[in-house]
Write a protein that binds this ligand. Structure first.
Ligand SMILES: C[S@@+](CC[C@H](N)C(=O)[O-])C[C@H]1O[C@@H](n2cnc3c(N)ncnc32)[C@H](O)[C@@H]1O
Length: 238
């Protein structure tokens, strides 16, 4: 749990606008164990990863907490804060097999495309018939040239109907995908700009308008920012 807590402390504050709703600690333990086991000794691409399951898989193996895990992991995310938090953690803990690429999945996939498998926890497509899920999964498949396995986290809650909010209480599940054929099929990766595919991408009336979320440079990264708090002084100090 302490190793997972290190990872949680490293995550940037979530932006609800882009469907960043982070997994909680207990779920992260279960998820990291399952994904590390599934991707043992593999080269694994994450298409978006605010939860930081990528870091957990590599870190838990590195610390000897799990006996298995992927050999190499790359995170593709359009939020520079995510990418940099991955890089900072990898640097601090000397995780040489972990890296990130700033990438918006509406753009052609930048490569490389020699991954063995992919993982994605996409926007759940509540208001676009799952189209946003398809976009993220498509990029994952391109990363493996349609030859690798994949895991997609999607909504799975019989108690709730879609018009209800996709918030913390919504349950989810992992869907494991396997390719029809293991022969690699490199294909031209195309930009996604069809307005029909983009409608309600991040939820009702939330069409993509941002290419990247950029990080503001700060020297005090990881410490509370002065604008977050006020000091109410002791009388003796006034
Ligand atoms: C869509 S969120 C899904 C919820 C998940 N629990 C989380 O918060 O990470 C997953 C990741 O996808 C990233 N993401 C959102 N839109 C993206 C896009 N257009 N291209 C690439 N990554 C994107 C987010 O920054 C986030 O890290």
């Amino acid at each position: 749990m302490n190793a997972i807590s290190d990872v949680i402390q490293n995550r940037p504050a979530p932006l609800r606008e882009f469907d960043q709703i982070y997994m909680k600690a207990g779920d992260m333990v279960l998820q990291a164990e399952q994904i590390a086991r599934w991707a043992d000794k593999k080269h694994l691409a994450f298409i978006g990863d605010g939860d930081a399951i990528s870091i957990c898989c590599v870190y838990l193996k590195h610390r000897g907490i799990l006996p298995y895990g992927p050999d190499k992991v790359t995170v593709f995310d359009f939020d520079e804060r995510m990418c940099k938090s991955v890089e900072r953690f990898a640097d601090a803990e000397r995780l040489v097999s972990l890296s990130s690429v700033l990438y918006n999945c509406l753009d052609p996939f930048p490569g490389p495309t020699d991954f063995d498998c992919f993982y994605t926890n996409p926007p759940w497509g509540a208001s676009n018939q799952g189209e946003s899920v398809k976009v993220f999964v498509e990029r994952g498949m391109e990363a493996t040239e349609y030859a690798g396995e994949g895991v997609v986290v999607i909504a799975d809650d019989p108690e709730l109907t879609w018009p209800k909010e996709v918030l913390a209480s919504l349950h989810s599940c992992n869907v494991f995908l396997a390719p029809v054929s293991t022969g690699r099929r490199p294909t031209e990766s195309l930009r996604i700009d069809d307005p029909v595919r983009l409608e309600n991408f991040y939820g009702r009336e939330k069409t993509p308008r941002v290419r990247y979320v950029k990080e503001r440079a700060r020297l005090d990264y990881g410490k509370a920012h002065e604008s977050d708090y006020l000091l109410d002084l002791l009388e003796t100090a006034e």
